[in-house]
Write a new protein. Structure first.
Length: 291
């Protein structure tokens, strides 16, 4: 299909897993009512962002994939005829956990999952305590409406991840995300951080000539110490912001994308044609030392 309507659900979360799943499902229904064919949810939408602390009790939030949440969402996908991109805390085995996104096709079929490859470890983002790095590699999913690439949050900062996913045939890159501002932070720093976050993702759109959809959570968490900055957005294949959500409101948005514009941008600005793949071997090194 040359044109596809994509939706996202930007929402706040609570401690109640069932409540969060119900809110997300309602958001999907609202997006479908607006014509969405593909709907992306934010990162780890079934809970508060629990990685602000290293607490063994939080492992109880995890579930198998496929599992209860995907079972519920598969029914919603089949009922509405929409593709759903759902980010979940995966329990793979005893003591083995991943930050994972499942993709469900428009007939409710479970198409597979992508496990987050880049795992951060920073104040209030202690993800290495919880998540084993992904071992499935980069993935694309051939859905009823488009071939999707899915990356997750910290993956956003790595052009290599976007490039490989695009080279695998992704027509749209989706980034489920959970990122925010410390409420003790000054406004200038907040603005600089958001601009950097958006700019790096817009650059992936430009470099690869494909649409990018980034979906972030919103609201205060961590006893008011963290404000998740929302700002979910959609970029065209040349980095132009087609739509940007607010920084403090829940929102369901649907946008029509013309996937044929990829060919126009890639032929007029032929970055893909001019790649010197014979010269890129050093990229696999951690650092290129003189010695």
């Amino acid at each position: 299909m040359s044109k596809v309507k994509v939706g996202f659900v930007q929402m706040s979360c609570s401690k109640d897993k069932a409540e969060n799943l119900a809110k997300a499902s309602k958001g999907i229904r609202d997006a479908a009512a607006k014509g969405a064919q593909i709907v992306c949810l934010q990162e780890l939408f079934t809970s508060l962002y629990f990685c602000d602390v290293e607490d063994y009790e939080n492992f109880s939030l995890a579930e198998p994939i496929p599992g209860p949440s995907t079972d519920s969402l598969q029914k919603v996908a089949a009922e509405l005829g929409v593709v759903i991109i759902a980010s979940l805390f995966e329990k793979r085995a005893q003591g083995l956990y991943h930050n994972t996104t499942a993709v469900l096709d428009a007939d409710g079929t479970y198409l597979g999952k992508y496990r987050k490859m880049h795992i951060p470890d920073d104040p209030a983002y202690y993800e290495k305590f919880y998540f084993t790095p992904g071992d499935l590699g980069y993935k694309v999913f051939k859905t009823k409406f488009a071939t999707l690439g899915v990356l997750i949050c910290w993956d956003q900062w790595y052009p290599e991840a976007a490039r490989i996913t695009a080279l695998m045939g992704a027509e749209i890159l989706f980034y489920p995300t959970a990122i925010g501002w410390a409420t003790s932070q000054d406004e200038a720093t907040n603005t600089e951080q958001y601009n950097a976050w958006q700019t790096i993702q817009r650059s992936h759109a430009v470099a690869n000539g494909i649409h990018v959809v980034s979906v972030n959570r919103v609201g205060f968490e961590q006893d008011g110490l963290m404000k998740f900055w929302g700002g979910s957005f959609i970029s065209n294949p040349f980095g132009t912001i087609i739509y940007q959500a607010s920084h403090d409101q829940e929102e369901v948005h649907v946008q029509e994308l013309d996937l044929n514009t990829t060919d126009r941008y890639r032929t007029h600005w032929p970055f893909m044609r001019d790649r010197r793949i014979d010269s890129y071997a050093p990229i696999t090194k951690r650092f290129i030392d003189e010695a």
